[in-house]
Ligand binder design. Structure first.
Ligand code: TYD
Length: 143
C-alpha cells in the first residue's frame, strides 16, 4: 500500500465546557475492525520506539496526551507526521516502516490495531523490509 494511504483522520469531537469528548467507532472512524488497543507512556525524553513494519496490521495512532512524531517509510518515500491533539488519529496501513520519536514529556501514545498481538506479523529488520517491498512490487512473495 502506498504511503498516500496513511493519513491523519479527524475524529469526532464533542466540545463541552466540562471537558471535550472524542469517540472512535470501528469501520466508521477507522477503516478496520479494532481487535486490540495498546498504549505507551512514561517514555523517557529522547527515546524512539517502533523501528519495525507489520505485514498485515492496520493501526490508528493517537496522541492522547502530549505530542510525538511518527515517521513512516514505504521503502520509497518517508513522511513525518506530528501528532499533538487527541482528536486526530494517524491511520497506518500494512507494510509501513515506522519510527516514533520526538516525544514530549508525559505523552501517551494510544494505538488501535486490527489484529491481536502476533510477533510473526512484525518485520524488525530494515533490509528485510526493503526486500519484502521489492518482492511485492515484482509480484512475487518476500524471501
Ligand atoms: P513493540 O511493538 O516492539 O513496541 P514499540 O513498537 O512501541 O517499540 O513491542 C514491545 C514489546 O511489547 C515486545 O516484546 C512485544 C510486546 N507487546 C505485546 O506483548 N503485546 C502488544 O500488543 C504489543 C504492541 C507489544
Amino acid at each position: 500500500m502506498p504511503i498516500s494511504d496513511c493519513k491523519i483522520l479527524d475524529l469526532p469531537k464533542i466540545t463541552d465546557p466540562r471537558g471535550n469528548l472524542t469517540f472512535i467507532e470501528q469501520n466508521r472512524h477507522v477503516p478496520f475492525e479494532i481487535k486490540r488497543i495498546y498504549y505507551t507512556y512514561d517514555v523517557p525524553g529522547g527515546s524512539d520506539r517502533g523501528a519495525h513494519a507489520h505485514k498485515n496490521l492496520h493501526q490508528l495512532i493517537v496522541a492522547m496526551s502530549g505530542s510525538f512524531d511518527v515517521v513512516l517509510d514505504d521503502g520509497l518515500e518517508t513522511k513525518r507526521f506530528h501528532l499533538n491533539r487527541s482528536y486526530f488519529g494517524l491511520y497506518v496501513c500494512p507494510m509501513m516502516w515506522r519510527i516514533i520519536d520526538n516525544y514530549s514529556s508525559g505523552s501517551v501514545c494510544l494505538v488501535l490495531a486490527s489484529e491481536l498481538y502476533d510477533e510473526a506479523d512484525y518485520i524488525r529488520d530494515y533490509e528485510e523490509f526493503l526486500s519484502a517491498v521489492r518482492a511485492s512490487k515484482e509480484g512475487g512473495s518476500p524471501k
